[in-house]
Design a protein around this ligand. Sequence first.
Ligand code: ADP
Ligand code: ASP
Ligand code: MG
Length: 447
Amino acid sequence: MIVCKFGGTSVGDAAAIRRLAAIVSGRQEERPVVVVSALAKVTDALLALEQAPTGAGFISRLKAIIDRHEQVARELGIPDAAITRIREDARSLEHWGTARDHARWSAADRDNVASLGELWSSRLVAATLAAADLRTSWVDARHLIATDGQHGQATPDQPEIRRRASRVVAPLVEAGMVPVTQGFIGATPDGHTTTLGRGGSDYTASLLGAALDAGRVEIWTDVDGLLSADPRIVPNAILLPEATYQEAAELAAFGAKVLHPATQLPLIDAGIPCWVLNSFAPDRPGTRIVPGAKPSHNGCSPVRSIAWKKGITVINVQAARSLGAPGFLWQLFTVFARHSVAVDVLASSEVNVSVTIDETGRLAQLVEDLESLGQVTVFERRAIVAVIGIDLRGTRGLSARLFGAVKDVNIEVISQGASEINVTFVVKEEDGPKAVQALHREFFDAG
Ligand code: ADP
Ligand code: ASP
Ligand code: MG
């Protein structure tokens, strides 16, 4: 059994869904389970309805989303009956466009609305596979992906997912069916729809892969695999034919959107390989992510890839007393924990601690609490640039090359990750792409 996940651009229009059908057909012998994202940009469009003007403005935006699904359905020759359900779901949203209900979305409402993208795309995909003579079964992921109630960023309950997958999905596969389900969405034990965080369909695929003891998980996307940098910023980024779980996880954690940061977690214990493949060029080799692979060095350079992530806030705390004083860092982190804000990068000196966090709506309260520990300064609209490689700490002369490469960029915080495989910088958001390009030139361009 294998799990094949198709991202937004890989189901973005009728041609993409036809390519998906060809890929899945070619894998029938391997007993595929299909996981799909919403059509490209549909999740954004659904969530943007919250800001739409009330009345006609809201209805016309909703209609544009539905029209797109109808258009794709028509091009695929899907019988009208299959999209009746999509239209019904859309009608159930219309009340959000009235002045009375507008701007009153709770996190749970947002999940309900966002989930429709995957529910709709999966119906189009299931109908297309059925029309291609595959015995297909549409499965509601909310009956599979059990989560807690943290809307927008729910935590999956892996033992429960395993029980449900063997009860619901495995029998379908045994019976020769191709289950088609939604990425990104799940439900609480009492049936409320949740989501796993933006980009979460990759995570769904690996959760199901682990739950089903799959032979591998395939992440089909719009690039050739894991690359040495985001190709939108570095057009000549090179393919990593192989990567370790840890490298993939670091790349994702530092902003490489190609994988959701949690994707590797469920796969590690079982050692299930994960492939990243290009649905626009399915014959290309892709990247194989495996446990303990010995990734080939990039020539003689230890650097394997460069990632960056914007929307970062740096918080500097100048301690009133020594950082070394017992309990200081504990107190500091207790404040972050109390506000449920995760810290990404930490750098400290004798009297100063700098931490980075993702942009948060809770900044003011957080800073107020931190002020009890020392003088707090905040820098917003920053980016983290991460250099990911092998044994970076043990590589002599590396720092000189790193700093030489970014000498024209103002570096604000530097931190060598605990993992030995990354070094991170903080720069102003607008300097992020320039820093990534300079580092890529230094470590990947010949000469
Ligand atoms: P999908 O819709 O298939 O889930 P995403 O848009 O979430 O696709 O992720 C794929 C995108 O990730 C690529 O188009 C690419 O621009 C971006 N990306 C960023 N960093 C990397 C990287 N190191 N390797 C590959 N892709 C990357
Ligand atoms: N459709 C969701 C999103 O845009 C999940 C995903 O694509 O992985 O965030
Ligand atoms: Mg994605």
